[in-house]
Design a protein. Structure first.
Length: 416
């Protein structure tokens, strides 16, 4: 088969699709990864074909307005103005994304399309190609769950209001599809009812470990929870001697990263964390990654080690606890290696992972990036490092995840 994988978002949104792409390619299928241009290298590293969806989406997230809106800093008015600026630019960006999806699919005429929640045209394509699209979500609560709102609302308002949030999200998606149809000048008549039925009955796969999010018994048979999947990382990376020496010097080390998340004041966020580590003599490795944290000019190099990138599957088995932004992939990887975890959420779905981590007992409830202060963060870091029950629970979940193997079920759900 020829299978197109369409994922729009930050790097963490690409990883599940790369893992799926590798599984499909191993089985002999032709795989095309349609991602934002900034992630071309990820597809090529996995020896998968790449089709660019342009660079505007990621450029918008990394703009000053994007950093204020999603980095969670500044006054309410400042954030509101940032959202307005983003909205003004978002239409042009969305049009580019939709048009590139449309052109690729029309040219390639695939047998299957595997897509995430930000990809819209596959929903229209499915109406003429029943059963040939598969929706992938690394986030929980995209379909109705009794005791929780839709992931975008992140709460529990009671049964009636919870159900209403899913209806609202569903209605918003249908409206977006209708707008997309107009942008693409599709003349064929498409009704809201057709789209609603398509969304309700299309095949959906949650790439989430059941130890973190179990499948509700009342879900339809077309919705699956098929575990966390990693791509094969062929990275030409070797630790330098200073890192090896740092690891050898300390018995318990904290790892801190904000991944692909940025914010308008990374110097201040970094200073808060570094001061807490210094005050409490906590050894830590800080990953500056996409710039949400930065390496200061002066710091205690015996206590803190800065990196700009590092393979998580190499470092996580060597550390005790993790503080991170709350991406689905980082959350799963940390628990796979039995690390006590605390999340500093930046955007919507990361607040959900923050609650899941806390409810599973693997770490304290984290504080969102906009509320990050020494007064609030310090006791939480101390709790993360000093409460042995967090580490034990994380190791227990790691044992459960080690027994999970959904590769064949995932493959069958896509191609059959």
């Amino acid at each position: 088969m020829k299978i197109i994988l369409i994922s729009i978002g930050t790097r963490g949104d690409m990883e599940p699709f790369l893992a799926i792409g590798e599984i499909l390619k191993e089985k002999g299928h032709e795989v095309i990864c349609a991602f934002p241009e900034q992630f071309r290298n990820l597809a090529e590293d996995s020896s998968l074909k790449f089709a660019s969806l342009g660079s505007k989406f990621i450029d918008l997230l990394e703009s000053d307005a994007g950093k204020v809106a999603f980095g969670g800093s500044g006054s309410g008015f400042k954030k509101m103005m940032a959202y307005i600026k983003l909205a003004m630019k978002q239409t042009e960006t969305n049009k580019e994304l939709v048009y590139k999806q449309y052109k690729l699919i029309e040219i390639e005429n695939p047998d299957r399309i595997v897509y995430n929640g930000k990809a819209i045209y596959p929903i229209i394509w499915e109406l003429d190609n029943i059963g040939k699209t598969i929706f992938i979500s690394p986030l929980p609560y995209m379909h109705y769950v009794k005791d929780h709102t839709h992931v975008a609302f992140n709460s529990n308002y009671g049964s009636f209001l919870n159900k209403l949030t899913f209806s609202l999200a569903h209605s918003g998606m249908i409206t977006t599809v209708m707008i997309t149809k107009k942008w693409l000048k599709i003349k064929k008549r498409i009704t809201r009812k057709q789209i609603r039925n398509g969304l309700r009955h299309n095949k959906s796969i949650y790439t989430i470990s059941p130890s973190l999010f179990s499948r509700p018994d009342d879900w339809n048979e077309n919705i699956h929870v098929l575990g966390y999947h990693e791509r094969n990382k062929h990275i030409n990376w070797h630790p330098d001697k200073t890192l090896i020496d740092f690891l050898g010097k300390h018995s318990r080390i904290l790892f801190i990263t904000f991944g692909s998340m940025t914010n308008p004041i990374p110097e201040e966020k970094t200073r808060i964390i570094v001061d807490i580590l210094k005050q409490n003599k906590i050894p830590a490795i800080i990953n500056t990654a996409s710039g949400g944290l930065i390496k200061p000019e002066k710091y205690d190099a015996d206590l803190i080690y800065f990196v700009s990138q590092i393979p998580y599957d190499w470092i996580f088995p060597r550390i005790d606890g993790i503080i991170h932004h709350g991406g689905s992939g980082t959350t799963h990887l940390g628990l796979k290696y039995g690390c006590a975890t605390m999340i500093i959420p930046h955007i919507i779905d990361q607040h959900v992972w923050n609650k899941i981590i806390y409810d599973r007992g693997v770490g304290p409830k984290g504080v969102k990036i906009s509320k990050l202060t020494t007064h609030i963060l310090e006791p939480k870091i101390l709790e993360l490092m000093n409460e042995s029950a967090f580490k034990k629970k994380a190791e227990q979940i790691a044992g459960q995840m080690a027994k999970e193997d959904f590769r064949e079920e995932l493959y069958d759900a896509i191609v059959i």
